[in-house]
Design a protein around this ligand. Sequence first.
Ligand SMILES: Nc1nc2c(ncn2[C@@H]2O[C@@H]3COP(=O)(O)O[C@H]4[C@@H](O)[C@H](n5cnc6c(=O)[nH]c(N)nc65)O[C@@H]4COP(=O)(O)O[C@H]3[C@H]2O)c(=O)[nH]1
Length: 915
Amino acid sequence: MTSARRRRPRWLARALETHIALPLFALLPFVAIWVATFHFVETERRAAVAAAHDSVREQLDTYEAQVARNLNAIDQTLKVIKYAVELNGAHAALPALRTQGLLPPGLVFGISVADRDGRIVDSNPQAPAQDVSRMPYFAVPANGSGSGSGNTVFVSQTAGDPVRPEPHLHFTRRIDDAAGGFAGVAIVEVDPAYFTSSYERSRAGELGLLALVGNDGVARAVRIGDKVSWGQPITLDGIKEEAVTPQPTAPDGEERYAGARRLAGFPLTVVVGLADKEQMARYEQHYGTYLAGAGAASALLIAVVALISVWSWQITKARRRERRAQETYAAASEASLDAFFVLRSVTGADDAITDFLIEETNSRAEVFTGFAKDALRGRLMGDVLPYYRMNGMYEQLVQVVTGRAAVETEWQAVTGPAAGRWLQRQIVPVEGGAVAMVRDITERKLAEERIRHMAHHDELTGLPNRSLIRDRLEQAVRNAQRSSGHLALAYVDLDGFKLVNDGLGHNAGDELLKVVGSRMQACLRRADTLGRVGGDEFVILLPDAGECPLGLTTLLEKIRQAVTEPVQIGDQAVRVSCSMGVVVYPRDGDAPKTLMMNADAAMYRAKELGSNNFQFYTREMNASVEEKLALLEGLRRALDATLADDAVDDPDAVPAAYSPAGRFHLVYQPKVDLRTGRIFGVEALIRWRHPEHGTVPPMRFIGLAEESGLIVGLGEWVVRTACRQASVWRAAGLDALTVSVNVSARQFEEKRLVERIAGALRDTGLPPSSLELEVTESLLMRDLNQAVERMRELKEMGVSLSIDDFGTGYSSLSALKSFPISTLKIDKSFVRDIAVSADDQAIALAVISLGHRLQLRVIAEGVETVEQRDFLRANDCDEMQGYLFSPPLPAERITEMLRAQAQQRRLGNAEAVPG
Ligand SMILES: Nc1nc2c(ncn2[C@@H]2O[C@@H]3COP(=O)(O)O[C@H]4[C@@H](O)[C@H](n5cnc6c(=O)[nH]c(N)nc65)O[C@@H]4COP(=O)(O)O[C@H]3[C@H]2O)c(=O)[nH]1
């Protein structure tokens, strides 16, 4: 059926649609109605016309016979008179006839006899004698020509005469005497109505016509309805004996079926006319009725057809819409990535749904079921996809069909071709069943999972991020609250990470973070959480910590040691440590936020205490922030006061060795030549005499001064003060000294550094060669190009440069070669164990050898023991600095030392190194 429909041409299919076919078919009865109607009408018309013809003929027959009879009677009368005249003479003829009873009644005919002179000699009824010789009815027969002469009857026109003024027809015959001469005329006068008295209204109607017309075309008597007239000209040419078509007839011009017949022996013709409108009246009436009937039938037919067609059209339209929608849906669903199943409920004996029949599906269904769509159509779900009873779909279908509400579910397939994939089904109720749409949402699920993971994990290390840590901490706090348990939180910050990151690049920094992260993770249990909350900051959450914080120390120490193990990055082994701040719930706070803040504060304290350690939180730690602010304020005031003092003092005056409270001052640590033992230079180190806390070491405030930018002004003051002091020593004629000043990263990055130093040298008169700037390796590595450029400018000025804390950074040899420096300083952390640690010895030796290969002097700082000094000296280290020789001292103590040194030299004692 479907294929047949498909094969049927489109135009034919359209034509067969009821709303088109029905009107076409309805044309047949429509035409039939009208053909039949016109046929009946025509038949009736013909019948009516035939009837009219018959009637004309019939009446003509009757009329003709009657008139002929009348005329014969008249003629008979004329002949009798003529005979009587010939027999009795004109005067005695009528009396003779009267006597014999042969005279017709006077009411019907008027009879007269005229003599040869045209005088009426006798008449019946009696009339006065008159001369009628001039009248045609006398003259014509008298002349012996035309009708009335001889054996013929003359018929006059209807008119009055001297005898009787009323209009009459005069029938006359010539009377001859015995010799054949003219003897007179027999006259019969007849009322014209006499010839039309046979008019029957029942047959001829109101407009029927009876006429007696003379051969001269003038009517002798005409009757139409009740009216009798005469004298009109009536043309007989068009009136045949059987007039087929009606034509206008005189005197009224009415259309009539007419017939005429000449009367033998008389110059007269009888005419019968039947009015067309009367003869066809019945037909006309029927015609109207037929037309009205046909019209009504047609209207009814049209109305019915129109109604059915409109109804059918609406249905067709709806069907077409539906079909188009179905086709569109089918096309869309074929192209769709969703599988769909149109399912019809199958019910059991108790009307309960037992299964679902697949009525329709699409190609995509094959992916989910393993069956082609044709194999699915018409099958029961329970037969082809039995597992639909196990994954909840069957129950849902029943629920949707009975509850008439759509449902949507996501599930992971465990059986079938899509096993393991995430699927989503939407089930929508439809009449008699449901439509299920199934979509593969695995990719979306994975993406969601990825996004969820990304939202909660650190991309680099894969560890939980701050947000997840916060969640877990909140959860752990809730659990601990419920169970009255304890939890611990450690804030971990890597020490020295920045050096690796800045020095070796971000990739190395990233690698380091990953290694350190996994090492820390390895120290923890499954229930613990390690997260990364910032650059080099980690958080460890221990949800099942004991009440006593000290119980955590073993774990914390293990983590610390794991972090400090060297990390191999490329061909370099780097080492970082970590500072940890630890809080315990509920002792150190009961809110997650407070715990985080306090752990952070404890971590800062660990940093302050020299890093590479862990600190448990104490209440005092929170004072640190305020303390910092107070410190910063104090720094500002101290710098202002120090600069104000300097401005008041004589610029050429010797700098104050000890500042009053709230001021800065410098101390100087001698630098000694390891071979000669001579003091060849000093390192200027800043001190702050705090009004309350006494002398504050630079490690406590340099960082803050850097952070706040105060270091720029402070650094300039240091340079100027150190230069001024060195000039003072020079002016005092003491041994020429090089004064070293520490320059922090922030100062070095400042554009006007070179200008400021040049200004200080200019203002104090110190030769640039007497000034050395100490910069750290890490400082140089921040922006290598800019650092080298700036160092060159300083070098060109004559100022020397040394690299402080050498060995703690990661400057490459090539970078080192490009630095215009004169000295390398071995960091005191390597010097500390130099006498015992093979590692530190190796580092020190490497620095010495490297420095010498680069033509640099090497100085060791923090030399406290003779062993350290001896090792360094034995290994060719050039210079040293440290408590062994002298701690940092006020300037005047240096002056004394220099004086003593000069004196000793004068005494020829070159050995100045103690111990
Ligand atoms: N353990 C030990 N320490 C020794 C020994 N000999 C000297 N020291 C200390 O080692 C530090 C050497 O200075 P640094 O490494 O440049 O380290 C300096 C330097 O980086 C910074 N600093 C000091 N003054 C200034 C300054 O004026 N400007 C800048 N930017 N930084 C400064 O503060 C750091 C610390 O300065 P100080 O506390 O004065 O500490 C000084 C000094 O007192 C020793 O034998 N054993």
